[in-house]
Design a binder for this molecule. Structure first.
Ligand code: G6P
Length: 612
C-alpha cells in the first residue's frame, strides 16, 4: 500500500528517494511522486500515474533535479482515482509546502469545506490534500513548520504517516505518525524517513520507529522527536538485523519464487530455539505467560486477514485437536465492528505478517479495550501489532516482498502448531506424542526441499490449466484451510477465479460447476479421513472432472482418477499443511508466470493493507 521515502543530507535526494520508492514497489501502488527543494531553494514537484519508471520518464536528469531535501510517495488509491492530480506530494496554495501522506483523513470533507471558505483552492479528490492546505494555513500564521504541522494534526481525525517539506526551510523535514508506520533512518550526516525499512536499508540499519502522536523534525545535523503537546521524547535507536540480500531477487525470476524456495530455511527459523527435547515440548517465551496462565485458557479467538486468516484456521484445527481448547477464527474486519462476545478465560491472538494491517490492528485495540490479553504472531519486528500486544511470537520468516504471501504463511502455521503442542503438553498430551512431534517437525525442512524438486513437473501441470477460467480446490480437516489458501494464491496472481471448499461440502453447490474444463485440485493425503476424500473425488470423476491430486508418496491408488498426481512426503496429520501448501504455491506461481502476469505485484493488491 502507500509508501513514503524522505532524504535529508549532503547527497542529491532525488536518486535516493527514487531508489527507495522502487524498493517499496512490492507493497502495491498505482501512482507515484516526489518533491525536492532544489539548490535555488525552489520546491519542485513531479508526479505520475503508473509505475516509478513512468515517474522517472517525466523527470529531468538527476543532476538537473538536484536538492539535498526530498520526499517521495507511492500511492494506492483510496479517495480518488490513480491520476496525476491525486498523486502525492500534495502542495499548499502558495506552492511552498509539500506533503506525502499514508493513511486516511476521516474528517477531510469538513476540513476541506472550511479551507475552501478561507480561499484555498483544491486540485485533487484526495483526503490527503487537505493536510497540505491545513499545514499551509497554520504556517502562514506561525511561520514555523513544526508548529504548523502540530496545529494541523490536532484538527485531524483518522490515521497518518506524513512527511512535510517547505521551501522556506530547505534544511528541514517534519514527519509524524498516528496509526500508520513511520521510521527515521540515521545515517552518517544524513537522515531518512520511511514507512518501511526496505526503502533505506542499503543506506543505514540504524532506525527509530516513531510512535503514534510523535513528530520528528530532521535537519542535516540532527533530529528531535516531540509529541503533539511539545514534550521531548527520548527515542530508542534500533538496529535492523537483516541483510540487503533478503530484499534482492538473486537468480530467481520473481520474489515469490525465491520466497517459496526459502521455505526450508524460513520454517526452520520459525521453530529454531523453540523446541524443548528434554520435556518433549515447546518454548514460546515471548508470550510472557506462566504455566498456570496457559492452563487457565478456556477459549482462544484468532483474528487475522487474508492469508494470515488461513493460517489462523489451520491453527484452530491444530489447537483444538492437540489442546482441546475451543478456537474461534475471525476476520479482523468483522470482529472490530460486530460487538464481539469474548467470554471470561479467553485470550485473543492476532496473526499478521506485516504487523500493520489496519483491520487487525483495530481488532487488537478493541479486544484490549475489553481487558482481554492479546498476543501477536507477526513477522515484522517493531511493527505496530508487535508493539501493542501483551506478548507474542515472531515468525522470523525474513522480509517477504511478493504480494502473494508464501513463506510467511508456512512460518505462521509453524508457530501456531508449536502453540498447539505447547498448550497440549500443558494439559493432557502425552510426552510420547511431544517427542514424535519434535522428531517429525525437524524433518519438515528437508521434506519441503524434496517437494521443491518437483518444480519443473508442477510447471508442466500449470501449463495444462493456465487457460482455465475457474478452478476448485478441495481438502478436508487440516488441509481444508490449505485448499482455501491454494485457491487464494491462484486468484491473487493469475486472476483465475478459484474457490476452496471442504471436500464433502462440494456436493452442496460447487458440484454443479464440474465439467471436463474445470480443474479440481484435491489434497488427498493418507490420514484418518483419506477414505472420505477419496469418495468425494470419485464424485468429481463421475462428472468428468479433471483432477490434480496432492497425494502421499507411495499412494498409487489415486492414479486411477487423477489426471496428474503431485506426491509429497508423509508426515503426521498436524504437520501436513506445511507440506501440502507448497505444490499449491508453485502451481499458482507457474500459472501466473505462464500467463505472463506481474507475479510479484498483482493488479489492485497491496502487500500491507494499512487502510480499512
Ligand atoms: C494483504 C496481502 C495478503 C495478506 C493480507 C493480510 O491482503 O496482500 O497477502 O495476507 O494483507 O496481511 P498481514 O500483513 O496482516 O498478514
Amino acid at each position: 500500500m502507500c509508501g513514503i521515502v524522505g532524504y535529508l543530507g549532503k547527497r542529491n535526494a532525488t536518486p535516493i528517494v527514487i531508489e527507495g520508492l522502487k524498493r517499496l514497489e512490492y507493497r502495491g501502488y498505482d501512482s507515484a511522486g516526489l518533491a525536492i527543494i532544489d539548490t535555488e531553494g525552489d520546491l519542485k514537484v513531479f508526479r505520475e500515474e503508473g509505475k516509478i519508471i513512468d515517474l522517472e520518464r517525466i523527470m529531468p536528469a538527476p543532476e538537473k533535479s538536484f536538492g539535498n531535501t526530498g520526499i517521495g510517495h507511492t500511492r494506492w488509491a483510496t479517495h480518488g482515482e490513480p491520476t496525476v492530480a491525486n498523486a502525492h506530494p500534495h502542495i499548499c496554495c502558495r506552492n511552498q509546502i509539500a506533503v506525502v501522506h499514508n493513511g486516511i483523513i476521516e474528517n477531510y470533507k469538513l476540513l476541506k469545506k472550511k479551507l475552501i471558505s478561507e480561499g484555498h483552492i483544491f486540485v485533487s479528490d484526495t483526503d490527503s490534500e487537505v493536510l497540505a492546505h491545513l499545514i499551509g494555513y497554520f504556517y502562514e500564521a506561525e511561520h514555523d513548520l513544526v508548529t504548523a504541522v502540530k496545529e494541523a494534526l490536532k484538527l485531524v481525525e483518522g490515521t497518518y504517516g506524513i512527511a512535510v517539506i517547505c521551501s522556506d526551510n530547505p534544511d528541514l523535514i517534519v514527519a509524524a505518525r498516528k496509526g500508520s508506520p513511520l521510521i527515521l533512518g540515521i545515517g552518517n550526516d544524513e537522515f531518512f524517513i520511511t514507512s518501511d525499512v526496505s526503502a533505506i536499508i542499503i543506506h543505514t540499519k540504524k532506525v527509530i520507529y516513531l510512535h503514534d502522536d510523535e513528530v520528528v523534525s530532521v535537519t542535516k545535523e540532527n533530529f528531535e522527536i516531540t509529541n503533539i503537546d511539545n514534550e521531548v521524547v527520548k527515542a530508542k535507536i534500533s538496529e535492523i538485523d537483516w541483510e540487503v540480500s533478503s530484499i534482492e531477487k538473486g537468480d530467481f525470476k520473481h520474489f515469490m519464487l525465491k520466497e517459496i524456495f526459502e521455505q526450508p530455511t524460513s520454517v526452520e527459523n520459525a521453530f529454531r530455539g523453540r523446541l524443548d527435547h528434554k520435556l518433549s515440548t515447546v518454548k514460546l517465551g515471548g508470550l510472557n505467560m506462566t504455566p498456570d496462565e496457559f492452563r487457565n485458557i478456556e477459549k482462544i479467538q484468532i483474528i487475522a486477514c487474508g492469508t494470515s486468516w488461513h493460517s489462523a484456521l489451520i491453527g484452530k484445527y491444530v489447537i483444538e485437536s492437540l489442546a482441546r481448547i475451543s478456537v474461534e477464527v475471525e476476520y479482523a474486519s468483522e470482529f472490530r465492528y460486530k460487538n464481539p462476545i469474548i467470554p471470561p478465560g479467553t485470550i485473543v491472538i492476532v496473526v499478521s505478517q506485516s504487523g500493520e494491517t489496519a483491520d487487525t490492528l483495530a481488532a487488537l485495540r478493541e479486544a484490549r479495550t475489553r481487558g482481554v490479553k492479546v498476543f501477536g504472531i507477526t513477522n515484522v519486528i517493531g511493527s505496530s501489532i508487535a508493539r501493542e500486544t501483551d506478548g507474542g511470537v515472531y515468525i522470523h520468516a525474513g522480509t517477504e516482498i511478493g504480494v502473494a504471501s508464501t513463506k510467511a504463511f508456512t512460518s505462521q502455521v509453524t508457530v501456531l502448531t508449536l502453540l498447539g503442542v505447547l498448550l497440549g503438553r500443558m494439559k493432557h498430551l502425552a510426552p510420547t506424542y511431544g517427542k514424535k512431534f519434535l522428531e517429525e517437525l525437524k524433518m519438515i525442512p528437508n521434506k519441503i526441499s524434496e517437494i521443491l524438486e518437483n518444480n519443473h513437473y508442477i510447471r508442466n501441470i500449470a501449463d495444462t490449466i493456465k487457460s482455465s477460467t475457474n478452478a476448485l480446490y478441495l481438502g478436508r480437516g487440516f488441509n481444508y484451510p490449505v485448499a482455501l489458501e491454494g485457491a487464494l494464491k491462484l486468484k491473487e496472481i493469475s486472476y483465475i477465479h478459484a474457490e476452496g471448499y471442504p471436500a464433502a461440502e462440494m456436493k452442496h453447490g460447487p458440484i454443479a460447476l464440474i465439467d471436463k474444463n474445470m480443474p479440481v485440485i484435491a489434497i488427498a493425503l493418507k490420514d484418518e479421513i483419506y477414505d472420505k476424500i477419496i469418495s468425494n473425488l470419485a464424485e468429481v470423476k463421475a462428472r468428468n472432472g479433471r483432477i490434480i491430486t496432492i497425494a502421499t508418496r507411495g499412494d498409487d491408488s489415486v492414479q486411477d482418477f487423477s489426471e496428474n498426481v503431485i506426491y509429497i512426503p508423509e508426515t503426521i496429520d498436524v504437520l501436513q499443511p506445511l507440506l501440502s501448501v507448497v505444490p499449491l504455491q508453485l502451481l499458482a506461481y507457474h500459472v501466473a508466470d505462464l500467463r505472463e502476469l506481474n507475479v510479484d505485484q498483482p493488479r489492485n493488491l497491496a502487500k500491507s493493507v494499512t487502510v480499512e
